[in-house]
Design a protein around this ligand. Structure first.
Ligand SMILES: Cc1ncc(C[n+]2csc(CCOP(=O)(O)OP(=O)(O)O)c2C)c(N)n1
Length: 664
C-alpha cells in the first residue's frame, strides 16, 4: 500500500467512526471531524508526542480541540491510538448519559482530554495558558524535563469569538513559539458560508499580532506535515490555515452547512462508504488500519522512556520538587506559613483594605510557594497582586518570572489561567475589579466545571469604590458568582479572614475560588487569637450579644464592621444583639444542619447586610429577614456619602432592627 493510501485509510477511519457514532446517537457534529481527519491523522500519526499508556506523562505535547463540537474527532483518535480509557463500546455510546464520550469533550471525565471545550474560543485561549505554563516550567526545571508543544484545532467560530483576539495577542507578545494552531478553514458555520459574517484576512490578523501564519491544502498530508514541521522551528506562535471541505467524502453534503451538526442519514453514509471505498460496517476498523494507528500510538514510547531516565537521573531534591509541583501538592511547610500569617495579622491592628490584607498574605504565600504565578489585567496596583517573590514579569526569552502582565484582557486572562492550572506545575492567580468579573465569567464557569484550582483576586468589591461610580461599582456580581456551582466565593471582613480565605483557596485542589476584596480600609474584626480557621465554616458568630440575643445581624466583608457598629448602637439601647460574619455562603451551606441552626441562632429579628443585591441571602437568613443593601445600581461620589445615600449605615441597620422588633 502506498503511503498516501495508508494515510487515506487512517483518516477515513476517523471519518467513519465519527459519522457512524453521530448516526447512532442521532445527534452530533460529523462535518468537522470528517473535514479535519487528514490534519489530525498527520498530527497524531507523525508529529504529536504522546503515550496512550501514560496519558498524564508531564512532558507530553498537549492537544486541544477548541472546536469542541467536533468531539468525535478526539474520541476517534483516543480509541485508534490505543488509550485504555476509550473502547469501541465507548464510541458506540457517543452522547449517552454516563458515557465517556459526552457531546463535547470534558476534562476529568475522559482520559486524554486536556480541557473542556465547547464554548467556542475557550480552548484556543486555554492553549495560550498551556503554552505559557510550558515555558515557565521549563525555565524553572530545565528543558530536560519540560520541552513540549501545544497543538490546537480551532474552527471559524473560535476565530470569530472576541476571546480569540485577546488570546492571540497574549501569545504573540509572549512569543509562544511552541503553540501551533491548526485552523479548520472550511468557510462554513451553522448558518451558512462564513462570508455571511466575516471579511477578515485571518492570516494577516495573526501576523499582525506576532504570529507566523501559513495556508495549506488541509487534505494534503505532505503539505500539512511540512507546515507542522516548520511551525515547530519558529520563535513565534504558528497558525496553519488548513483549507478543508466540511464533511469531506460525503458526495451530496460535503462543503455545506447541512453536514455541520446533524447525522448524515443512512443513504448519505452509504454513498460516502462507496465514494471513499470503505467497506467495513459501522464501528469496525479494518485490522490494517487499526494496526497502523496503534503503531502511531507507540511512536513516542522511546521519547517517554528517555524522559523517565532523565527524571531518574535528576538531582534528588529537584526531582522531588518537580514531582510535587506536577502532583499539585502544597509544600509541607504550608500550614506553618498560614498560621504565621494569621498570628501576624492579629498582632497588627492597623485598619487596612482587604485588598491590602491580600497583598500582605500574598507576600508570605508567594515567598513560600514557588508554584504561585500572579498577574492582573492591568490593575496590578489596584488589585495588589504583585509581591517581592513575583516581582519579575513572565516574558520571553527567559520566562523565569512569576508575574504575568495580561494587559486589559480579562476574558483571555481567565481562560489562560485555566490552561496554566490544567497544564500542571502552577497555581495561577490574577486580579481585576469585581465588576469586571463579568468579562471573565465564561472562563470562571469552565474552571468550576472542570474543577481546577485558580484564584481570582477581585478588588473594589462594592459601592465602596466611591467616585468611579456605578459603572465600577458591582452590585449583582457577587450573587452572580455565588450562582456558579463549585466556585467558592469569599468576601472576607479583615486580614485574618483574608488569610484564611487564601489558605482555603490554595488547599482546595478541585475548584476555583474568588476573593472579593475592598478598596476602603477596614478595622481588624477577628481579634480573638484562637487558631481555628473560622472562615472554613462559611459563617460564624464574630461578636456575641450581651444576653439572649433579640437581634442577629449577618454581614460579609466591609459590612461586618458596620454590623458591629450597629450592634453597639442596639446594645446601648438595651437590645442584646449579635453579629455573624458570613465570609462564604458555599462553605456555610455545606455545614451540617445543626451547625447551621446554631450559627443562625434564635433571635426573633434577623437582618442581613451586604452592599450588593439580596439574591442568595434568603438561603441563609430566610425570606422573612430584613435586608440592608443595594436594590439597584450605585452612584458616583465619596464612598461614605454613597453608603449613606443607599442607607447602608449602622444607624439604618439599628433602625431597621428596631422597627422589626416593634412589629414583632
Ligand atoms: C460561544 C459559543 N457560541 C455558540 C456556539 C454554538 N456553535 C457550535 S458550533 C458553531 C458554529 C461553528 O462554526 P465552525 O467553527 O466553522 O465549525 P464547523 O462548522 O466548521 O464545524 C456554533 C455557533 C458555541 N458552541 N459556543
Amino acid at each position: 500500500m502506498s503511503t498516501r493510501e495508508k494515510h487515506d485509510r487512517m483518516a477515513n477511519a476517523i471519518r467513519f467512526l465519527s459519522m457512524d457514532a453521530v448516526e447512532a446517537a442521532k445527534s452530533g457534529h460529523p462535518g468537522m471531524p470528517m473535514g479535519m481527519a487528514d490534519a489530525a491523522t498527520v498530527l497524531f500519526g507523525k508529529v504529536l508526542k504522546y503515550d496512550p499508556a501514560d496519558p498524564h506523562w508531564p512532558d507530553r505535547d498537549r492537544f486541544i480541540l477548541s472546536a469542541g463540537h467536533g468531539s468525535m474527532l478526539i474520541y476517534s483518535l483516543l480509541y485508534l491510538t490505543g488509550y485504555e480509557g476509550m473502547s469501541i463500546e465507548d464510541l458506540k455510546n457517543f452522547r449517552q448519559l454516563g458515557s465517556k464520550t459526552p457531546g463535547h469533550p470534558e476534562y476529568g471525565h475522559t482520559v486524554g482530554v486536556e480541557t473542556t471545550t465547547g464554548p467556542l474560543g475557550q480552548g484556543l485561549a486555554n492553549a495560550v495558558g498551556f503554552a505559557l505554563a510550558e515555558r515557565m516550567l521549563a525555565a524553572q526545571f530545565g528543558s530536560d524535563l519540560v520541552d513540549h508543544h501545544t497543538y490546537v484545532i480551532a474552527g471559524d467560530g473560535c476565530l470569530m469569538e472576541g476571546i480569540s483576539e485577546e488570546a492571540i495577542e497574549i501569545a504573540g507578545r509572549q512569543k509562544l513559539g511552541k503553540l501551533i494552531v491548526l485552523w479548520d478553514d472550511n468557510h462554513i458555520t451553522i448558518d451558512g458560508p462564513t462570508s455571511l459574517s466575516v471579511a477578515t484576512d485571518q492570516l494577516a490578523r495573526f501576523e499582525a499580532s506576532g504570529w507566523e501564519a501559513t495556508r495549506v491544502d488541509g487534505h494534503d498530508p505532505e503539505a500539512i506535515l511540512a507546515a507542522l514541521e516548520r511551525a515547530k522551528t519558529t520563535e513565534k506562535p504558528s497558525l496553519i490555515a488548513c483549507r478543508t471541505t466540511i464533511g469531506f467524502g460525503a458526495p451530496n453534503k460535503a462543503g455545506s452547512n447541512g453536514v455541520h451538526g446533524a447525522p448524515l442519514g443512512a443513504e448519505e453514509i452509504a454513498a460516502t462508504r462507496a465514494a471513499l471505498g470503505w467497506e467495513a460496517p459501522p464501528f469496525v476498523v479494518p485490522t490494517d488500519v487499526l494496526d497502523a494507528w496503534r503503531l502511531a500510538g507507540l511512536r513516542s514510547r522511546q521519547a517517554h522512556k528517555s524522559w523517565n531516565e532523565r527524571l531518574k537521573g535528576t538531582d534528588h531534591d529537584k526531582r522531588g520538587e518537580f514531582e510535587r509541583r506536577v502532583r499539585g501538592e502544597l509544600p509541607s511547610k504550608f500550614a506553618e506559613v498560614t498560621a504565621g500569617i494569621v498570628a501576624k495579622a492579629q498582632a497588627d491592628k492597623t485598619p487596612v483594605a482587604t485588598r491590602k490584607s491580600s497583598e500582605i498574605v500574598l507576600e508570605a504565600l508567594t515567598a513560600a510557594l514557588p508554584e504561585m504565578v500572579g498577574g492582573s489585567a492591568d490593575l496590578t496596583h489596584s488589585n495588589n497582586t504583585k509581591t517581592k517573590a513575583t516581582s519579575v514579569y513572565v516574558e520571553p526569552p527567559k520566562y523565569d518570572g512569576r508575574y504575568i502582565n495580561w494587559g486589559i484582557r480579562e476574558h483571555g486572562m481567565a481562560a489562560a489561567l485555566n490552561g496554566i492550572a490544567l497544564h500542571g506545575g502552577f497555581i495561577p492567580y490574577a486580579g481585576t475589579f469585581l465588576v469586571f468579573s463579568d468579562y471573565c465569567r465564561p472562563s470562571i464557569r469552565l474552571a468550576a466545571l472542570m474543577g481546577v484550582r485558580v484564584v481570582y483576586v477581585f478588588t473594589h468589591d462594592s459601592i465602596g469604590v466611591g467616585e468611579d461610580g456605578p459603572t465600577h461599582q458591582p452590585v449583582e456580581q457577587i450573587a452572580a458568582l455565588r450562582a456558579i456551582p463549585n466556585l467558592l466565593v469569599f468576601r472576607p471582613c479583615d486580614t485574618v479572614e483574608t488569610a484564611e480565605a487564601w489558605k482555603l483557596a490554595l488547599e482546595r485542589k478541585d475548584g476555583p475560588s474568588v476573593l472579593a476584596l475592598t478598596r476602603q480600609n477596614l478595622p481588624l474584626m477577628r481579634t480573638d487569637t484562637n487558631e481555628r480557621c473560622l472562615t472554613a465554616r462559611g459563617a460564624y458568630e464574630i461578636v456575641a450579644a450581651s444576653d439572649d440575643a433579640e437581634v442577629s445581624l449577618f454581614a460579609t466583608g466591609s459590612e461586618v464592621s458596620l454590623a458591629a457598629a450597629a450592634r453597639d448602637l442596639l446594645e446601648a439601647e438595651g437590645i442584646p444583639t449579635r453579629v455573624v460574619s458570613v465570609p462564604s455562603f458555599e462553605l456555610f451551606l455545606k455545614q451540617p444542619e445543626e451547625t447551621r441552626k446554631q450559627v443562625i441562632g434564635t433571635a426573633p429579628v434577623k437582618v442581613a447586610i451586604e452592599a450588593a443585591i439580596r439574591q442568595g441571602w434568603d438561603a441563609i437568613v430566610g425570606s422573612d429577614a430584613a435586608f440592608v443593601g443595594m436594590h439597584g445600581f450605585g452612584a458616583s461620589g465619596p464612598a461614605p456619602k454613597v453608603f449613606a445615600q443607599f442607607g447602608i449605615t449602622a444607624e439604618n441597620v439599628a433602625a431597621t432592627a428596631k422597627a422589626r422588633l416593634k412589629k414583632g
